[in-house]
Design a protein around this ligand. Structure first.
Ligand code: F6P
Length: 323
């Protein structure tokens, strides 16, 4: 294997640049030329690939986003799209592809692998919903951004004796909301894996108010049935339900663009180098992740289309701490 390609796909995640850097430098160290595909799978289909030297990836580790660009590529869902990508790889004599991304992106990896291309995935999504890795690149930064917002909102909540609803990203997974909620001392956490009804939320807030709290925070995941929009509508209909006056903040994409934390840079560097090591060892059709602090590989076939469950003890912990 003389040449490999790397691409970033799906939602950008802080640490993707560090992973690209690790793949380029890990590859160079093993005598492999690394080509970067621009804008995810679209770059493979269009043949938009460029050789990356060690110097090309200097000074990018500390930046959020992905300097290669990312996309959610519909054309790659088709056999024709993937065949076109394979043609581009063959023309450049590229023998393997490393895909840095989350669930949807690794479904693409598996589809490409099933068409005979050696592919290795690198677990990267702020949602942390991928099986095969205890944590994914970007989630630590996203939690820290949410936490900073929660800490600031608590200041204002305390000043005005208000309750704040904070909605985090996470698609159908409540991990970011739950972890930020625990670290931020939330009174209530609402996630898709453990729905809490508006009446229950109101009751928790009322009890907090009656206990004399000057602030209350509800952290809600965007994927929850009772998301921020639904809860706000409920409290507009029941303005006196909680004692507190209520405000809502939807964090959205601000969670994705931050500079990666040390944890994300380290994880990305380890997983990027792990992807090169896996290819050198002849592994393909696998996801590189971390389990019990060890870099491990898991067959893509075992992880695609699945969502990593949330540890229910963490949810219980959030409830106990809210007392
Ligand atoms: O998968 C990462 C993620 O940020 C999710 O948390 C969110 O639901 C989704 O991407 C948003 O996607 P887009 O950036 O395409 O709007």
């Amino acid at each position: 294997m003389r040449r490999i390609a790397v691409l970033t796909s799906g939602g950008d995640a802080p640490g993707m640049n560090a992973a690209i850097r690790a793949i380029v430098r890990g590859g160079a160290d093993a005598g492999i030329e690394v080509f970067g595909a621009r804008n995810g799978y679209s770059g493979l289909i269009a043949g938009d690939l460029a050789y990356l030297s060690r110097r090309d990836v200097g000074g990018i580790m500390q930046t959020g986003g992905t300097f290669l660009g990312s996309a959610r590529c519909q054309a790659f869902h088709t056999v024709e799209g993937r065949q076109q990508a394979i043609g581009r790889l063959t023309a450049l004599d590229i023998g393997a592809v490393v895909v840095i991304g989350g669930n949807g992106s690794q479904t693409g990896s598996q589809a490409l692998f099933q068409m005979g291309v050696p592919v290795v995935g690198v677990a990267s999504t702020i949602d942390n919903d991928l099986e095969g890795s205890d944590v994914t690149i970007g989630v630590d930064t996203a939690i820290n951004v949410a936490l900073e917002a929660i800490d600031r909102l608590r200041v204002t909540a305390t000043s005005h004796r208000r309750a704040f609803l904070v909605e985090t990203m996470g698609r159908s997974c409540g991990y970011v909301a739950l972890m930020a909620g625990i670290a931020g001392g939330a009174e209530v956490v609402v996630i898709p894996e453990r729905e809490v009804s508006p009446d229950q939320v109101a009751q928790e807030l009322r009890e907090a108010y009656d206990r004399g709290k000057r602030h209350a925070l509800v952290v809600v995941a965007e994927g929850a049935h009772n998301n921020a929009r639904k809860l706000v509508a409920h409290f507009e209909d029941h303005p006196d339900a909680t004692g507190f006056r209520l405000r809502a903040t939807i964090l959205g994409h601000v969670q994705r663009g931050a500079a990666p934390t040390a944890a994300d840079r380290l994880l990305a560097t380890r997983l990027g180098q792990g992807a090169v090591r896996a290819l050198l060892a002849g592994e393909q059709g696998v996801l590189v992740g971390v389990r019990h602090d060890q870099v491990v590989t898991t067959p893509l076939a075992d992880i695609v289309g699945r969502q990593k469950p949330i540890d229910r003890h963490l949810f219980e912990l959030a409830g106990i701490m809210a007392g």
